[in-house]
Ligand binder design. Structure first.
Ligand code: IMP
Ligand code: MG
Length: 182
């Protein structure tokens, strides 16, 4: 298990503090899994659609906590380069092979910051004739409200730049099992 001190050497950036520990994250993800399990039935044919790359660890843990038959796919939408601020521009680099028509889609996002990414993505998804669309975000900075409302949120996040458990700063820190601030 790496320590905060060792991890601060990564990418030459200082990690300030652990905001959500590995235990906090694992407990909360299991709770979310139980809530999502209760909200759907097997006949919904749930499609859990993760936004890469930030959601990759969250997705891996979350789908294992959902006790329903489900399919997994991913989308790549990008709005950030090696900057800490959103460029406001969202590009779709990968669109799922799976047909979305008639599917109960659970969109999984790592963090909702400005809400730009989802605000632009949601109408595009809804135009594809989904049976339903719900959003599950690991973290929400509560700077904005989305339509539809984010149904499941792991944690309300402080308005700081967070890394770890999938979240990166210029591709560093994604593999950390906890969430820290830079
Ligand atoms: P939004 O479009 O501003 O809501 O931000 C969406 C994306 O920006 C997220 O999916 C993250 O990939 C990235 N992002 C926003 N805030 C943070 C942060 O604090 N740490 C790391 N990535 C972030
Ligand atoms: Mg990112």
């Amino acid at each position: 298990m790496p320590t905060l001190t060792e991890d601060t050497q990564l990418g030459g950036q200082e990690l300030k503090r652990i905001v959500f520990s590995e235990d906090d994250v694992q407990l909360r993800v299991r709770e979310l899994g139980r809530e999502i399990t209760a909200a759907y039935t097997a006949s919904d044919r749930l499609l859990v659609l993760g936004l890469l790359k930030g959601s990759f660890l969250f997705m891996a843990d979350l789908v294992r906590a959902i006790e329903l038959p489900l399919h997994v796919d991913f989308m790549v939408a990008t709005s950030y380069g090696a900057n800490k601020a959103s460029s406001g521009d969202v590009r779709l680099l990968y669109d799922p092979g799976a047909s979305l028509k008639g599917r109960a889609v659970l969109l999984v996002e790592d963090i909702i910051d400005s809400g730009n990414t989802l605000t632009r993505l949601i109408p595009r998804l809804e135009a594809r004739g989904l049976a339903s669309l719900e959003i599950c975000a690991l973290l929400h900075k509560r700077l904005t409200t989305l339509e539809p409302e984010t149904r499941w949120v792991g944690f309300d996040a402080p308005n700081e730049f967070l890394v770890g458990y999938g979240l990166d700063y210029a591709e560093d820190f994604r593999h950390l099992p906890y969430i820290a601030s830079l």
